[in-house]
Design a protein around this ligand. Structure first.
Ligand code: ADP
Length: 395
């Protein structure tokens, strides 16, 4: 094996996900996660050659996780084949229009974007610094969730707020899930034989966090998430679009603080909030099958809002060649895809029920009929592979 594999790291405030991937073949040699970092229960687990293993980190934090990762990769004979480390970074603001190699200036610029993602960017930086320490001499790259959307025109990203907030502090729509959109846009065009430079795509990335994007000729032109990932679609625990005055309403009616309301909108709303049952789409679908009315309402609102916003994104592309579904829900829920495509039949989608049922659990493909005017397709996203490919291209 030549030295061309990439170690991909996705670092959160108390977790660190990793994978070693060959960017050419897409082969993933190992993947895992360190969790509860900084607490007495901290541990790291991984899957290698079909076996799951786990090691306690005895209260260690990110640095201990990367040290354990290094030892483990050396033990498995994987370390010496790693050519570079690719890091996922959540927010690149208006500074980062694409992925780039890490140097002091880049680290400072990522830090300067921290006010836009105070929970994420500082954690990403901790991961970058720990990897730099334990894998000295390896080039590292940063790949941003936001950069794909930097091609949005001002009319799409400007909020109708006093302009000084944008001018002084960058308050605007940024969008997220960009790495997934890049991967899926390319894969969908390849699968459909569409020329990327002449394509009108809408992509729905539906996981625990959910967003959709309008992609015109390969470039992001609008998206549903905003300054933060709270805007847009109904999600597992996030409310998506609501009247911004809910802040003053909840404050005056219940006496909640700003932090408490932020917590409610981000962590107690969405599917969980409406159903009062679960944030997990599978659990909601099972409850619907058993006749649970609130779960049904949660699913109905989820699908209605999704269909409405997908139709809105078609304004940005001026029509739709293809609608791609991805993410855990997009790749698996035939029920949600079916409901949404029926609501969008006026855009020319004609659902093929059997194909829709077949495209689950890793099966990808077109789910509209051969005579359908607009095409819908299921694509399995692979953000880690995209990060590995970017990193390989940069070195
Ligand atoms: P994340 O955003 O955390 O990466 P995923 O992309 O893994 O999340 O998506 C998680 C969501 O996918 C959950 O709501 C889960 O219930 C849903 N999901 C996974 N499999 C199915 C399925 N077979 N049917 C419906 N929903 C599913």
């Amino acid at each position: 094996m030549s030295k061309e594999n990439i170690l991909v790291i996705n670092c959160g405030s108390s977790s660190l996900k990793f994978a070693v991937i060959n960017p050419k073949s897409g082969e993933e040699f190992i993947n895992g996660i360190a969790e509860r970092l900084g607490s007495p229960e901290a541990f790291i687990r991984w899957k290698f050659e079909g076996n799951k293993e786990r090691e306690e980190l005895n209260g260690g934090a990110h640095d201990a996780a990367v040290a354990a990762l290094l030892t483990m990769l050396a033990d498995k004979g994987l370390k010496d084949d790693i050519a570079a480390v690719g890091h996922r970074v959540v927010h690149g603001g208006e500074t980062f229009k694409e992925s780039c190699l890490v140097n002091e200036e880049v680290l400072q610029a990522v830090e300067n974007c921290s006010h836009l993602a105070p929970l994420h960017n500082p954690a990403n930086l901790i991961g970058i610094k720990a990897a730099g320490k334990h894998f000295p001499g390896l080039p590292m790259s940063v790949v941003f969730d936001t950069s794909f959307h930097q091609t949005m025109p001002a009319e799409a990203y400007t909020y109708a707020l006093p302009y000084e907030f944008y001018r002084d502090h960058g308050l605007r729509k940024y969008g997220f899930h960009g790495t997934s959109y890049r991967f899926v846009a390319k894969a969908a065009c390849e699968a459909l034989g569409l020329p990327v430079e002449n394509s009108k795509l809408i992509i729905a990335h539906l996981g625990n966090g959910a967003s959709a994007a309008a992609v015109l000729n390969g470039e992001g032109v609008d998206t549903t998430m905003g300054l933060t990932p709270l805007e847009g679609l109904v999600m597992g625990t996030r409310c998506g679009n609501v009247d911004p005055n809910v802040f003053s309403f909840l404050s005056k009616t219940y006496g909640y603080s700003l932090d408490e309301i932020t917590d409610i909108l981000n962590k107690k709303s969405g599917l969980l909030g409406i159903s009062e049952l679960s944030n997990d789409c599978r659990a909601i679908e099972e409850a619907c099958a058993e006749g649970n009315q609130q779960a049904q309402l949660a699913l109905d609102v989820f699908c209605y809002v999704l269909a409405k916003q997908l139709a809105g994104l078609a304004v940005a592309t001026g029509g739709v060649d293809a609608l791609a579904f991805t993410g855990g829900i997009g790749e698996n829920s035939d029920a949600i895809r079916g409901k949404v495509l029926k609501a969008l039949s006026f855009l020319g989608f004609d659902l093929d029920d059997q194909k829709n049922l077949d495209c689950r659990f890793g099966n990808e493909g077109v789910i509209t009929t051969d005579s359908s005017k607009a095409t819908a397709i299921v694509v399995s996203t692979n953000e880690e592979l995209m990060i590995a490919k970017d990193t390989a291209a940069l070195i």
